[in-house]
Design a binder for this molecule. Structure first.
Ligand SMILES: Cc1cc2nc3c(=O)[nH]c(=O)nc-3n(C[C@H](O)[C@H](O)[C@H](O)COP(=O)(O)OP(=O)(O)OC[C@H]3O[C@@H](n4cnc5c(N)ncnc54)[C@H](O)[C@@H]3O)c2cc1C
Length: 413
């Protein structure tokens, strides 16, 4: 029997109908996968894109939110879409996934269950998360009513939500346990400048204070108690304190998970048990480029990882290069377009391109002259060029790279 004939009798089951799951189905068909494809998602909505949820969807007022559904015709692609169905376990020996409505068989299983936001201890009414369309729909009336809101966490989601809430006319306070915004991802000399973005937008940023408890208030629906003994009343609270891979349902299945909860995929995104693969926010993979395992929670990773799995299934290992991308993401906050490519750590030398007090500037991270990572604020051309230079491990002339009037690609030695 030819490989194609054999494959035409096989089923790929994709669990999780977000960006990575949808892309897996689309790429498989693009590459001519002849067998069945079933895409199962826990949410009831047609698969949709998440980045607009913290941007245009929030500020659309009381009217209909912009439609963020993916423009994919699943019927035409011959993809069976099962929505509102939650996977509860995998039995690799039986090649079956258990769901809340019975088991589903597979020949190949792609795990694409994304991530789920970390909740505030205590939680309660008035405390929101922002991961799903339903979350965003619950937050839209809060913004439309111009309520006083408190955001916990000055990370990417916190900053984007604060931006939208200010645009809507809310009074916004952001509480951050670290001493500055984005403390987990950027060094102090860079993220220190972002404190000013909050001030300029009229957002009160309280740093060095953790939320110890959320309780009901009398005049306001909730009161946040902070580690310095103070308390903060709010009509609504958004917890933007991170996300973890949504892999709890895999416990005990034999699929190896890391301490961070991610599916431990190999360099071609295969999980630890046969015929199982993992893509997007739920998976980590070894990066030869950066010499470490990466868990990437960004849209571009959910777009590109599925190409590797689709290639592996349709063309085989010999035709499929290892998955080793230059990570990329963007954020829109306080009127600025912020983009980052690559991966840096403390060993890298930091080089400024432009004045961080101005509207647009970039930062490069170099190791032995090689460009490892780049942050661009309002300089998309730096990002486009920098990303290519990172990919080919280009060595830069630091003096030229530090001159924002010199195109980055012309700073190559
Ligand atoms: C508000 C918001 C704004 C963002 N903005 C940006 C941005 O500006 N730039 C950027 O680069 N990235 C951004 N991201 C990140 C980006 O959206 C994610 O990296 C991307 O959505 C990951 O895709 P995914 O398919 O891996 O996971 P998800 O999009 O999380 O999809 C996973 C799907 O699996 C489903 N699922 C989970 N468990 C089960 C189960 N047991 N059974 C069945 N289904 C299940 C979930 O319900 C979900 O629908 C943003 C994310 C959010 C939440």
């Amino acid at each position: 029997m030819s490989v194609r004939t054999e494959q035409s009798g096989q089923r790929v089951l994709v669990v999780g109908a977000g960006m990575a799951g949808v892309q897996t189905a689309v790429r498989l068909r693009e590459r001519g996968w002849p067998g069945a494809i079933t895409l199962v998602g826990a949410e009831p909505h047609r698969p949709y894109d998440r980045p607009p949820l913290s941007k245009a969807v929030l500020t659309g007022g009381t009217g209909t939110a912009p439609d963020t559904a993916f423009d994919v015709d699943f019927d035409a692609l011959g993809v069976e879409l099962i929505l509102g169905r939650e996977a509860t376990g995998v039995r690799p020996g039986d090649h079956e996934v258990d769901t809340d409505a019975g088991p589903l068989p597979y020949d190949h299983l792609v795990l694409a269950t994304g991530a789920e936001p970390v909740a505030l201890p205590g939680g309660g009414a008035g405390v929101h998360l922002l991961r799903t369309l339903d979350d965003a729909e619950r937050l839209r009336p809060v913004l439309a009513a111009r309520r006083d809101v408190v955001v916990v966490g000055a990370g990417w989601i916190g900053a984007e939500f604060a931006t939208a809430a200010r645009e809507a006319g809310c009074r916004v306070t952001v509480v951050e346990a670290a001493d500055r915004p984005l403390a987990g991802v950027l060094p102090p000399e860079v993220s220190g400048h972002m404190r000013r973005w909050y001030e300029e937008a009229g957002v009160e940023l309280l740093t060095g204070r953790a939320v110890t408890r959320v309780r009901f208030g009398s005049a306001h629906p909730c009161v946040l108690e902070l580690s310095d003994g103070s308390s903060l009343p709010a009509w609504a609270v958004l917890a933007g304190i991170g996300a973890r891979p949504a892999t709890g349902w895999l416990a005990g299945s034999g699929v190896a998970l890391g301490e961070d909860g991610s599916v431990l995929a190999d360099e071609r995104l295969r999980a630890s048990v046969p015929d199982v693969y993992a893509v997007g926010d739920c998976a980590s993979f070894p990066s030869a480029r950066y010499g470490r395992r990466l868990l990437v929670h960004h849209w571009d990773n959910a777009l590109t990882g599925p190409r590797t799995v689709a290639s592996l299934l349709t063309a085989g290992e010999a035709e499929t290069p290892p998955y080793d991308p230059v990570p990329y993401f963007w954020s829109e906050q306080f009127g600025r377009f912020v983009q980052y490519a690559g991966h840096h750590d403390d060993r890298d030398e930091l080089l400024w391109r432009g004045d961080p007090r101005g509207a647009s500037w970039s930062v490069c991270w170099l190791r032995d002259g090689v460009l490892n990572a780049l942050l661009a604020v309002g300089r998309p051309r730096d990002l486009t060029q920098g990303r290519k230079l990172i990919e080919r491990a280009a060595v830069l002339d630091p003096a030229r790279a530090a001159d924002p009037s010199v195109p980055l690609k012309s700073a190559v030695r």
